[in-house]
Design a protein around this ligand. Structure first.
Ligand code: MSP
Length: 538
């Protein structure tokens, strides 16, 4: 047994509307997961949904459903969303699953008996919308609270708290000593700044069941349920435990009271923890860079190797919001333009960490330039010429584009390993552009008119077809359907899902290619309506 490369995403609030932001995070993670699989590494990709809390409970009531029935319905929609994005997640975790409940209870039991919690009375402000306690510091100069907190009430209640203060020093040292723990560096600096300048407040980890009961019961006090963030973060170890991960089981097994049939996948034994990359958006860094490492340390578990923090998308320069309807709906984009066009745009448009702005014009321009006129045109004309001039048979091997292909293979792999997805894609497209220029320079249509140039034409046609094959392998992590279609059009069986297959010379001379069809049909007429659904423009 050897450890898998384990990647996670944030788990989305089940009652939110799946939009570009959620899709972006899952696609980034999918590209990294596929790249690692393509490099031959055992990989496990986890995503899922976050189902507890007051907002879900209220939405279910408003919908006339039980919270569980409401979650079941929405979780199915999120799973369908993941499938539409062609994510290769190995599991899909739901925080209402029994396996998760068992793990959360075990964690609470273990930390409680080790003395990490205490009970105390709180009196102060509470935001029901954000399910969070607020202090005087959160007040604006005029005494009001930011509207993001919704209604703020004053309350007095008893809760359990997790002692964080003792953890401040080691966490600062940890972040300082491992420059790659939080990426990009700007986020790491932000975390260090926060940790160095603010004494950590203890974390309230319960809510009274009388006020909120849609949560995981606290095993040592039936009057309470678990705070939704404490519950949600633990999903990252629930799944390893369910698959028999020895590290997580070593720390928790003795605190688990439920029978194995409640939480173990029979017959599985995977080494997953610690996670290799945890991908999250910039708004939830504190939970992942402060609370989560402390929870793990208190449990005696190793910390994840890397927290990769991505930026936020806007749509046409405005914040995306369910209430205003200003949302890019990936499903609508995919229905009209195909999943690969969506995946391409979001990865190509921005480097991980930066904020982005989706514009319909920008999306259409990239579709036209990079996909239709770039990759699509290259594959279509290369294979059409092979059909026309050589009856679809691959000629003798030639090396014209081999150095360019090798450079692209090397550099894109290097960038993928460094999580530089945007640069990796740019490198691949420099090969697309190089091959398109090669067609223009070598002018095979002219060579075909001169029988004395037959060998030269063979060389050009081979180089082009083989470049298309190499490109299929290189784009597979990013545009898997297109990669498979290129392979099929080349008459190759299987999937271009192993980087080892990108080595130049894979197309055997004499091989017959398959049926050709345009990969990205040109759209000379702009589409009828807006390309995104649910869009209301200012
Ligand atoms: N449920 C919590 C996460 C718990 S993880 C243990 C949550 N859910 S969320 O649905 O609000 O957000 C899920 C992810 O989507 C977060 O990483 C968040 O940053 C990301 N995004 C939500 N809107 C976004 C954009 N507009 N742009 C990019 N990503 C955004 O937080």
């Amino acid at each position: 047994m050897s450890k898998r490369f384990y990647l996670t995403t944030a788990i989305d609030y089940v009652n939110g509307q799946p939009h570009l932001g959620h899709a972006y995070e899952k696609v980034i993670t999918d590209v990294i997961a596929r790249a690692h699989r393509s490099m031959g590494e055992g990989t496990f990709y986890l995503t899922g949904v976050d189902e507890h809390g007051q907002k879900v409970q209220q939405a279910a009531v408003a919908d006339g459903k039980t919270a569980q029935a409401y979650c079941d319905e929405l979780a199915r929609a999120w799973q369908a969303f993941a499938a539409k994005l062609e994510l290769t997640n190995n599991d899909f975790v739901r925080t209402t699953e029994l396996r998760h409940q068992v793990m959360v209870e075990a964690v609470l039991r273990k930390l409680h008996s080790a003395g990490h919690f205490y009970r105390a009375e709180y009196s102060g402000f509470y935001s029901t919308k954000e399910e969070t306690f607020l202090t005087e510091k959160d007040r604006r100069p005029d005494g009001t609270f930011d509207p993001i907190y919704g209604e703020v009430v004053e309350l007095v209640e008893d809760n359990y708290y997790f002692k964080l203060k003792d953890h401040q020093t080691w966490l600062i040292d940890y972040v300082e000593n491992d420059p790659d723990f939080i990426l990009p560096q700007a986020r790491r600096n932000e975390v260090l700044g926060f940790l160095k300048n603010n004494p950590l407040e203890d974390l309230c980890i319960t809510r009274p069941a009388s006020r909120l009961n849609w949560g995981i019961p606290v095993p040592f006090d039936p009057g309470y349920v678990t705070y939704v963030w404490f519950d949600a973060l633990l999903n990252y170890i629930t799944v390893p435990a369910a698959y028999g991960d020895p590290v997580v089981l070593g720390a928790l097994d003795s605190a688990v009271e439920a029978p194995e049939s409640d939480w173990r996948m029979p017959g599985s034994a995977l080494e997953l923890w610690p996670a290799d990359v945890q991908v999250v958006g910039k708004d939830i860094v504190k939970f992942h860079a402060v609370f989560w490492p402390i929870m793990l340390r208190a449990l005696g578990l190793p910390l994840p190797r890397q927290l990769l923090v991505h930026g936020w998308w806007q749509y046409e320069g405005q914040k995306m919001s369910k209430t205003t309807g200003n949302i890019v709906d990936p499903m609508a984009v995919i229905a009209e333009w195909g999943v690969d066009a969506f995946r391409y745009y979001v990865i190509r448009e921005l480097g991980i960490g930066s904020d982005g702005n989706w514009t319909d014009a920008g999306f259409q321009a990239r579709y036209q330039a990079d996909l239709a006129n770039g990759l699509g045109n290259l594959v279509n004309r290369s294979l059409s010429m092979l059909n026309r001039y050589r009856q679809g048979r691959v000629p003798e091997r030639s090396e014209d584009l081999a150095p360019d292909a090798e450079k692209a293979i090397r550099e894109s792999s290097e960038n993928l390993k460094q999580l530089q997805l945007q640069t990796a894609l740019q490198v691949v497209w420099s090969l697309v552009n190089r091959a398109n220029q090669y067609v223009d320079h070598t002018a095979p249509f002219k060579l075909a008119k001169d029988p004395a140039q037959a060998q030269r034409l063979d060389a050009v046609l081979y180089s082009l077809a083989e470049t298309c094959r190499v490109l299929a392998v290189l784009i597979w992590p990013f545009l898997p359907s297109t990669a498979n279609r290129i392979y099929a059009q080349l008459g190759l069986t299987g999937s271009p899902d192993q980087i080892a297959a990108s080595k130049w010379g894979g197309l055997p001379p004499g091989h017959a290619i398959g049926k050709i069809s345009p990969l990205f049909p040109r759209r000379d007429q702009p589409s009828a309506g807006p390309i995104t659904a649910g869009v209301s423009r200012p």
